[in-house]
Design a protein around this ligand. Structure first.
Ligand code: F6P
Length: 388
C-alpha cells in the first residue's frame, strides 16, 4: 500500500461503491507494463472481488467501447515475463484531440465526453491509467471531467521527476550495456571507433547509466553541450597511448546539440533526429580523426523483450498500489517511488516536470573522475589528464 494512502485531502469514494475498474496503457510501450496489469488484475479480483475491464489501445477502447474486454485471472496468467502490453497502446490517441477520417478527410474532434460516458455505460467506477507524461496529462483532464482516475508512471527514458525510477528503464539498461559489451570486442579487434545511439528523447539517463555500466569512453547526453573536436582529442590521445579503439554512447536527444547541428549544416545530407544522430556523430568523428568508425542504432531493441526482475517487481508494486489508491478512494493521484518507498503524488504535480541529467550531479562527476569524456570543454582536460 502506498505510504501516504489515506492521508490525502482528495475526494473519496466509499470502498463499497467500487465494483468494476478499468485499466489502460498509453504512449510508447516498455517492459514491465504487463507486470502492472497482472498485479492490478490479481489484486482487484483476489483481494477486493472487483471486476476488471481491459481498455484497448490507450483510451481508444473507451471511444469504441466494443474494444474493451473483461480481464480475468486466466487472461493475466503467464504474462509477467512478456514485454509490451496485452492491452495494446498508441501515442496518437488523445481523446481531447482525436483524429478521425470522415468522408476521406482527416478531422480532429474532442471525444473526451464519449470516454467518460462509455466508462459509465461499461459500469467502470475508476480507471488505472498507465503511461508517461502525455498519457498522465490526458488522465488528469479526464479526471477533471468526472472520470475517477489513478495513474501509474511509465517511461523507458526515466525522465519523470515525480518518481525516482520507472519500470522499463532497468531492462533498457541491460540491453544497452549488453550492446556496449559486444561492441568492445569488435572495436578492439578492428581498432575502430564504435558509436552506439541509444534512446532518451529529451534526457540522457539511458546513455549515462549504460555508458557507466558498459565502461564507455565517451558519453554524449542532451544536457551537456559537447564539441566533436573535444571527442576527437580524447580519441587521438587514446590512440597515442596504445588504445586504438573507442566506444562512444550517444543519446538520441542530442539532436539539438549545437555542434551536431553545425556539423549537419556542413554535411547538408541529413537533419539530426532519432536514428540519425549516431550517424552524424560517427561521420563527424571519422572526418576529424580519420579513423574507421561504425555506428549502431539500438532503437526499439531497448523497448522490447522480457522485463528484468527489477522491472517486474516495480511494475507489480505499482499495480497493487494503484488498486489500493482506488480502494481508499484517492483519485487524481499517481503512484511513485520515492526514497525507495511507494507513495501517492498528485498527477497535476507530476505532469510536465522533467527529470534531466544534472551535469554537476554525482553520476556525471563520478564518471568524469574515472576519465569518461562528455565532450564538454570543461571536462575534456580532466579526461585527457586521466588517460595520459
Ligand atoms: O519516450 C520514450 C521513447 O522510447 C523515446 O526514447 C523515443 O524517442 C520514443 O519513445 C520513440 O517513440 P516511437 O516508438 O513512437 O518511435
Amino acid at each position: 500500500m502506498p505510504d501516504n494512502v489515506g492521508r490525502g485531502s482528495c475526494p473519496r469514494l466509499p470502498m463499497t461503491n467500487v465494483h468494476t475498474i478499468g485499466i489502460s496503457t498509453g504512449g510508447g510501450d516498455c517492459p514491465g507494463l504487463n507486470a502492472v496489469i497482472r498485479a492490478a488484475v490479481r489484486c482487484a479480483i483476489m483481494k477486493y472481488g472487483w471486476r476488471v475491464i481491459g481498455i484497448e489501445d490507450g483510451f481508444d477502447g473507451l471511444i469504441w467501447p466494443e474494444r474493451s474486454r473483461e480481464l480475468t485471472l486466466q487472461d493475466v496468467s503467464g504474462i509477467l515475463p512478456r514485454g509490451g502490453t496485452i492491452l495494446g497502446t498508441t501515442n496518437r490517441g488523445n481523446p481531447f484531440k482525436y483524429k478521425e477520417v470522415v468522408n476521406g478527410q482527416e478531422v480532429v474532434r474532442d471525444r473526451a465526453g464519449d470516454v467518460v460516458e462509455n466508462a459509465r455505460k461499461l459500469g467502470i467506477d475508476a480507471v488505472i491509467v498507465i503511461g508517461g507524461d502525455g498519457t498522465q496529462n490526458i488522465g488528469l483532464q479526464l479526471f477533471r471531467k468526472g472520470l475517477p482516475v489513478v495513474g501509474v508512471p511509465k517511461t523507458i527514458d526515466n525522465d519523470l521527476s515525480a518518481t525516482e525510477i520507472t519500470f522499463g528503464f532497468d531492462t533498457a539498461l541491460h540491453a544497452c550495456t549488453d550492446a556496449i559489451d559486444k561492441l568492445f570486442s569488435t572495436a578492439e579487434s578492428h581498432h575502430r571507433v564504435m558509436v552506439l545511439e541509444v534512446m532518451g528523447r529529451d534526457a540522457g539517463w539511458i546513455a549515462l547509466e549504460s555508458g557507466i555500466a558498459g565502461g564507455a569512453h565517451v558519453v554524449l547526453v542532451p544536457e551537456i553541450p559537447f564539441r566533436i573536436e573535444n571527442i576527437c582529442r580524447v580519441i587521438n590521445q587514446r590512440e597515442k597511448s596504445g588504445k586504438r579503439f573507442t566506444i562512444v554512447v550517444v543519446a538520441e536527444g542530442c539532436k539539438n546539440c549545437a555542434d551536431l547541428q553545425r556539423f549537419a549544416e556542413l554535411d547538408k545530407r541529413t537533419t539530426p533526429r532519432a536514428g540519425v544522430v549516431g550517424g552524424l556523430v560517427g561521420d563527424a568523428i571519422g572526418q576529424c580523426t580519420k579513423k574507421e568508425v561504425r555506428v549502431t542504432v539500438l532503437g526499439h531493441m531497448q523497448r522490447g523483450g522480457s522485463p528484468s526482475p527489477f522491472d517486474r517487481i516495480l511494475g507489480t508494486r505499482f499495480g497493487v498500489a494503484a488498486v489500493e489508491l482506488i480502494a481508499s478512494g484517492q483519485f487524481g493521484k499517481m503512484v511513485a517511488l520515492r526514497d525507495a518507498k511507494i507513495k501517492a503524488v498528485d498527477i497535476a504535480e507530476a505532469c510536465g516536470a522533467m527529470k534531466a541529467v544534472d551535469s554537476n550531479g554525482e553520476l556525471v562527476q563520478m564518471a568524469k573522475s574515472i576519465g569518461v569524456c562528455f565532450g564538454d570543454d570543461a571536462g575534456v582536460a580532466q579526461t585527457l589528464s586521466a588517460s595520459a
